[in-house]
Design a protein around this ligand. Structure first.
Ligand SMILES: [Zn+2]
Length: 257
């Protein structure tokens, strides 16, 4: 993606975004069929989650991860960046502090989902936050070495409207296809910019993983572990606003297969 296109993608995430009430009245969303955890990650298959930033894994697929309790050995977490670019110019959250803070928030969040974090395989690739597209070829090579045939590979949707999310989605899609793994894309920022019946959303390939009230409460608790993202820093509002969180805490997770 050119720099100009990257900026255009970033520009999609502006203003208050589509409200939860608008999503709740979406006929397209209402018509999406459900899918079970067992169908998405059958027994004996590995779940690989490729997260551009530490928090995308719980924002996009906390329910899917919570369902891996007891199967932690079958989970590979891939952190593409350490998320050091979330607070440009902040005195409180400097890049070096975020590099230490955000991976530890991710670990706490997964613990809050009920997972035995010590049993998870976690690969940190340390690509530059906001600079993944310039490293897309390198990311593809790293993923190629990590993915196996039949893995269920979750990543951010290739048209999610954030340059790192899109570059991660593209590289993961190519690596999954090359290694005969199954790709599962999840929207994160699309909940913000897409309209309720948006033709840009691939509704025909969408499925819903339903979350019961207990899993949804765990997801809320896990997201709250990302203190640096859900709190204001004195200079700026929280990166994840209450409206953003409400959109991401619907009682299902949307996946594109
Ligand atoms: Zn992200």
């Amino acid at each position: 993606m050119t720099l100009e296109l990257a900026h255009r993608a970033q520009n999609l995430i502006q203003g208050p975004g589509t409200t939860l009430a608008e999503w709740q009245s979406s006929r397209s969303l209402a018509g999406v069929p459900t899918i079970t955890h067992r169908q998405l990650v059958p027994e004996g298959q590995r779940l690989v989650v490729v997260a551009p930033h530490p928090d995308d894994e719980v924002l996009g697929c906390a329910g899917l991860l919570a369902g891996m309790k007891g199967r932690e050995a079958d989970v590979l977490m891939i952190a593409v960046t350490d998320g050091e670019g979330s607070h440009p110019g902040s005195r409180q959250w400097t890049a070096s502090r975020l590099r230490r803070q955000r991976p530890s928030e991710s670990a706490l969040a997964l613990e809050r989902l009920g997972l035995d974090v010590s049993a998870l395989n976690w690969q940190r690739l340390r690509l530059p936050d906001s600079g993944v597209e310039a490293q897309e070829a390198a990311l593809f090579e790293r993923l190629l070495a990590l993915l196996r045939p039949n893995d269920r590979v979750v990543c951010t949707w290739q048209s999610d409207g954030h340059c790192d999310h899109e570059a991660t989605g593209r590289a993961t899609a190519r690596a999954a296809s090359t290694n005969n793994a199954c790709l599962i894309e999840v929207p994160v920022w699309a909940w913000h910019w897409a309209r309720p019946d948006d033709p840009r959303v691939p509704w025909a390939s969408a499925h819903k993983l339903l979350l019961d009230s207990q899993v949804l409460a765990s997801k809320r608790y896990a997201i709250a572990a990302h203190i640096s993202q859900v709190s204001a820093d004195g200079q700026h509002a929280a990166v994840l606003s209450p409206d953003t969180l409400e959109r991401l805490l619907q009682p299902f997770e949307l996946v594109f297969l």
